[in-house]
Design a protein around this ligand. Sequence first.
Ligand code: NDP
Length: 389
Amino acid sequence: MLYLLIACRSEAASVLSVSFPLPAMGQLWDPQALLLVLAWLGFQGLLYLLPLGKVTQGMPLHDGTRLSYRINGLHALVITALLAAVGISCGLRLSYVHDRCIQLSVAATIASFVLSAFLYTRSLFVPESALAPGGNSGNLVYDFFIGHELNPRIGTFDLKYFCELRPGLIGWLIIDLAMLMKEWETQGSPSLAMLLVNAFQLLYVLDALWHEEAVLTTMDIVNDGFGFMLAFGDLSWVPFTYSLQAHFLVGHPQELPIPAVVTIVLLNALGYYIFRSANSQKNTFRRNPSDPRVAGLETIPTATGRQLLVSGWWGLVRHPNYLGDLVMALAWSLPCGVAHALPYFYVTYFTALLIHREARDEHQCRKKYGSAWNAYCSRVPYRIFPYLY
Ligand code: NDP
């Protein structure tokens, strides 16, 4: 992550060249940045505790019980946005986040380490039934990394659920906005390319928080323990590397011809359409298979009593939602032009992540649905990209 950020701020912005000056260790550490990161986490934590939004039940646990979750991520985003707007109109220099981005990312990584150490230590004192099946190997390093406890909570405060969408995703938007403010300061106005990147990623985060309840059925919440992998991913990796395109544009402004803008907007709209309709189709079907919007779709019965969709989006490929996500990822990089590979890091990394995630999900589904899953695979042979993969 540090390597990417340093490369992004260098003139060459090359992923392969290490000729740019690397900062000394002392320059990476800034107590003020750590205080800011802690204040950010505390502020988002307070917003999570506000009695706004509904409370809903998660998926049944191994013992049949269900945990309650408050759905108020969108409220947290709106309150944060309002405060940011008031702050900026009162002279707050949000571009500070650009100037101290490296130190802030180091501070967020330290916070992720400390949180993971706390999580691992407390997991040693919880009953075996509270542990995540995948993170219970007995190997300290592996369990620390993958996550030992499934749903660590302090009272009703669910640490994994809190970190999953709020500080990182809302933080990502704040970093994007900080890059836009920096460009405004240095160039006199934000560029079209910067506005596109900010708008696309705002849409993505708004969508995630609007559908916050859907996170309760994801692998991260249902199967994975909370350890360094998720803590670092949520608190450091997502906000600091997903904002790489906006960061790149500050030092490497791009002129976009109008036909290119139109093409990129259409590509993002296409990706979003596939992503949203595929996710909504499955969520609607899982909540109520007789819903008129999905009742006409063809299905395969499974021994568990649940059915698998084999027509509609889920009949095109086995993960149409990943396909849409990747089309959007490409649209977020294109405003940065084609002269540098660095802004394409996200789409490249994300392709690898989703291919790996698809394989993990496939493994779980085969275990869960057995021969019905094999029948689904023969009906729908492609995993993510039609006729390719
Ligand atoms: P998915 O939403 O793809 O869910 C997979 C589950 O869907 C399976 O385990 C199975 O569960 C069910 N399913 C699979 N096939 C079918 C079918 N044919 N019919 C009905 N149900 C089926 O999981 P993810 O959590 O991986 O992804 C959610 C979204 O989040 C995606 O859009 C993804 O792109 C995005 N994402 C984004 C990331 C980022 O960093 N930006 C990271 C990870 C994901 P069951 O049968 O038990 O219901």
